[in-house]
Ligand binder design. Structure first.
Ligand SMILES: N=CN[C@@H](CCC(=O)O)C(=O)O
Ligand SMILES: [Mn+2]
Ligand SMILES: [Mn+2]
Length: 325
């Protein structure tokens, strides 16, 4: 069973300026049961994936169901630097109920297609990383199955577990790879921040078998930025469309304690921002999400604020990319 949760205006609060100085004053809440999505190419549409089920099936720590709303809460308090022609829409959340993750994924993918048809940039808020399978499928529904989609995943984990025990938060990219085989389509997947101490030999072998490009966390740092840039640009030039997914558990737990599987030696926010500049600068990013926000383990909202800052950066970068770098 799946539930569409219309956007809650009460979440969007903060300082009041009366002149849209803050994002809670800028955001427009759209209830998809009552109105259609009227947007344009300069706009952004926030969509939540409230789902614990994939993490639970993957034996992780429960809590990601409430991830989307804590990110919204922090984002609303941040300053608005968007022009008046740019819309920031909140179209609510897809909630996974009664363990029916597959139904939630199907619904999410339909809503991603809807956002892309409206020309806005989808910005998805999770929720377990099983969101990626749904997100990718929404992009695929929009582009058609013969258009290659490059996936760039900032993550400590490959999430390439086989589905022999069912689908979960550790299987989304394996599921995509399997679908690509069926469609006779290439699988373009780049993982940034992979931890050797958090992925077993089978996962590394699966990555090799599937031709996955990856950079380990010890290399994914500003000290090695030239090397990272080469790998990234090589990947970007192979595709016309890039789906970006940021799993918060790839950040060092010093920055992101509020996740199911924390990374003491993960990457830094600076590294992700510098990499995002290159991706956004390519003008190929079609959609983006932030996954694995788990408020139950957060400390003083550090992780929720980090997630909101990442989105704030993307809103700014998409609007003013030529002034940022
Ligand atoms: N989406 C997360 N996936 C990780 C979780 C690892 C863990 O629970 O320690 C994985 O399956 O590898
Ligand atoms: Mn992940
Ligand atoms: Mn992860």
């Amino acid at each position: 069973m799946v539930n569409y949760q219309k956007p809650e205006t009460a979440i969007w609060t903060g300082r009041k300026s009366g002149q849209q100085l803050y994002l809670h004053e800028k955001v427009q809440c759209i209830d998809l049961n009552e109105s259609s999505l009227d947007s344009n190419a300069k706009s952004f549409a926030l969509l939540g994936y409230a789902c614990n089920e994939g993490v639970k099936r993957n034996l992780g720590r429960i809590g990601a169901f409430d991830g989307p709303d804590v990110i919204r809460t922090q984002l609303g308090k941040m300053p608005n630097h968007l022009g008046s022609e740019t819309k920031l829409l909140d179209i609510g959340s897809v909630q996974c109920l009664q363990e029916d993750m597959e139904a939630a994924q199907e619904d999410l993918s339909e809503k991603v297609k809807l956002i892309l048809q409206s020309k806005a940039l989808p910005v998805l808020l999770g929720g377990g990383h099983d969101m990626a399978y749904a997100h990718y499928n929404g992009i695929k529904k929009y582009l058609g199955k013969n258009t290659p989609i490059g996936i760039i995943n900032f993550d400590a984990h490959f999430d390439l577990r086989s589905t022999e025990n069912g689908n979960n938060s550790g299987t989304p990219f394996y599921q995509i790879a399997e679908d690509c085989k069926k469609d006779n389509a290439p699988f373009h997947y780049l993982c940034l921040g992979i931890r050797k101490d958090a992925n077993d030999k089978v996962l590394f072998q699966t990555a090799r078998d599937l031709g996955v490009s990856y950079i380990e966390n010890i290399v994914f740092s500003m000290n090695e930025f030239k090397k990272v840039t080469r790998t990234l640009l090589d990947f970007i030039k192979k595709v016309d469309h890039i789906y970006v997914t940021i799993d918060l558990d790839g950040f060092s737990s010093a920055y992101a304690p509020g996740v199911s599987a924390p990374s003491p030696m993960g990457f830094t926010p600076k590294m992700v921002l510098e990499t995002l500049k290159l991706i956004i600068g390519s003008n190929k990013m079609i959609s983006i999400d932030i996954a694995e926000m788990n408020p139950k383990y957060d400390i003083d909202n550090h992780t929720a604020k980090l997630a909101a800052s990442l989105i704030h950066f993307v809103l700014d970068a998409k609007n003013y990319s030529n002034q940022l770098w």
